[in-house]
Design a protein. Sequence first.
Length: 156
Amino acid sequence: MGLSCSVDLRQKLGFSEKDKETSKRVYLCTDEGVELSASSMRGLPQARPVLSPECRDIVLRSWAIIKRDIERVGVVMFMGLLEDENVKDQFVHFRDKSPEELKASAVLRSHVLKVMSAVEKVVARLDDPDKLNKLLHDLGQRHMLYNARPEFLDVS
């Protein structure tokens, strides 16, 4: 049973200049006084995307289905991610494992449950943008420590 969003998300995720200024976190300034944020340093948009009510409902309904078998869905998701050798090489515990070994790996299942728990927290905060932004910002900071590269997380 799948759900699809009939809304063009790229169109719905338009960024205004006001949004850009209210969501920017500045970490450094250049000698010329130019502010550098994590987003600008990685070429990412600085504004918070806005989720339409229709897509929010789809996320909530989809999550209700996914969480019924959260571990299995997470393993399937990770197995798909780890098919890309460049992504797989980023995970020390997974890089030398065959697909069969990965499916049976307790380490993979543990990581899957952590990731799916983070997704659950995101879904729970959809109606509180400030808490959601803080959660995602903190998660992004932790991933910067692991040298996670944004191109591996392209969801478009």
